[in-house]
Design a protein around this ligand. Structure first.
Ligand SMILES: *Cc1c(COP(=O)(O)O)cnc(C)c1O
Length: 396
């Protein structure tokens, strides 16, 4: 008898369990918002990427319903064949206008936008230099491209420059990859310095604004706007599924870049166009983020409140703390580092029992285990006080 070809699966799962790396899904119900339902219990939601509270906004819902009634449920084909609708064009125009770029291209997800764009721009003769904490979609896009991939220490522009000085000349094109807001840490990339270095080494720069768009910058255009880098030569990627409350991804930049991607990005060419409902909801969200800057202001106030509260909590030396430190952040993503994967899971469960939902993030996603807390404009000060109280109780 031959051995079971699937027998390795249970062994692999055992290894994952032993390392406390095993993951499962969390069924939440109710409309997306600061308060949701989990196992029949009401919970305060501090684990969502819906930073502006738009995923449950009736205006997005109405836009989606109208599009559904006008165009049906599916777009029925790839964009180059039967799947292109006037709505897609309007959304792409709206993204380009928000970002101050010539054109934009909408993908079925941010992940697909990264993978397809990176693999289209560089190949085996080229070099990618990537921040070590970049999102998995950037890392996997880099692998797929077949380019030589080097990383630089997190936010370390000195190291980036050394990598380029040593390796750039041996390659044809060069692409620097960075998240704008680091998704599992909450800190920002040093974009002006990266652009200056890129200029010296004839390197393209791709910045992933998944957590920046709608959240930072006076008009909500993201970290690029916040750090004063609009209109610089850049490839900007983002998602429609975080602050924009819908589903999908985009690339924005020069008209030539977008025209090239329409011809070369496999993950755009060979997949079905975005659904009419998702497209219309994202279009409405872009309108709202520009018209309602007060959502960003409220979010900034919440970030301040929570930062001060967390630091006060960590300063209480009287009792042994499960938290090593608060990771530096200027975004609605705030993380408390924890000694071990087992501890972070126990803390998460303890908070859940108190009706507080935060994410526990562990290796291999991140180098150190942490509680990841995300804020929404639609949270209240009272929600944040409840969270701080719950975290305080977790000391016992
Ligand atoms: C969420 C995320 C993505 C993927 O976006 P989706 O639209 O969810 O596929 C890409 N990059 C970063 C940094 C992200 O956080």
């Amino acid at each position: 008898m031959a051995a079971d070809p699937y027998g390795w699966l249970s062994k692999s799962l055992q290894t994952i369990h032993r390392a406390h790396w095993h993951r499962t899904v969390q069924p939440l119900s109710g409309r997306p918002g600061p308060v949701m339902t989990w196992q029949g219990q009401s919970i305060f939601n501090f684990a969502s990427n819906d930073y502006l509270g738009l995923a449950g906004d009736p205006r997005l819902q109405d836009a989606a319903i109208s599009a559904l009634e006008a165009y049906g449920t599916g777009s029925t084909g790839s964009r180059l064949l039967s799947g292109h609708r006037p709505l897609h064009h309007r959304l792409e125009q709206a993204i380009a206008a928000l970002k101050g770029t010539e054109d934009a291209l909408v993908f079925s997800s941010g992940y697909l936008a990264n993978v397809g764009t990176i693999a289209a721009l560089v190949g085996s003769r080229d070099l990618i230099v990537s921040d070590q904490y970049n999102h998995a979609s950037l890392i996997n896009g880099a692998k797929l491209s077949g380019a030589t991939v080097l990383s630089y220490a997190h936010r370390d522009t000195q190291h980036l420059q050394e990598q380029l000085a040593q390796h750039r000349a041996q390659h044809r094109r060069c692409l620097i990859l960075t998240d704008s807001v680091f998704s599992m840490d909450g800190d920002l990339c040093p974009l002006p310095d990266i652009l200056a270095i890129a200029g010296r080494f004839e390197a393209m720069v791709l910045v992933d604004e998944a957590h920046g768009t709608g959240v930072l910058g006076a008009s909500g255009a993201g970290v690029v706007e916040y750090l004063g880098c609009r209109h610089r030569p850049l490839i900007q990627i983002g998602t429609l599924s975080k602050a924009l409350g819908s589903l999908g991804g985009y690339v924005t930049g020069s008209a030539e870049l977008i025209d090239f991607l329409r011809n070369r990005a496999s993950s755009w060419i060979y997949t079905t166009g975005l659904t009419p409902a998702a497209t219309a909801a994202a279009l409405k969200a872009i309108e709202i983020i520009q018209a309602e800057p007060e959502r960003r202001d409220r979010l900034q106030t919440h970030i301040q409140t929570l930062t001060v509260g967390l630091d006060a909590l960590l300063a209480e030396q009287s009792i042994p703390s499960p938290f090593t430190k608060r990771l530096p952040s200027t975004s609605p993503i705030l993380c408390l580092e924890v000694h071990s994967a087992a501890t972070v899971m126990a803390l998460k469960q303890q908070l859940m029992a108190q009706g507080i939902f935060v994410s526990a993030v562990r290796p291999p996603t991140v180098p150190t285990s942490r509680l990841r807390i995300t804020l929404m404009a639609t949270h209240t000060r009272e929600h944040i006080m409840q969270l701080l109280q719950g975290l305080g109780a977790a000391y016992q």
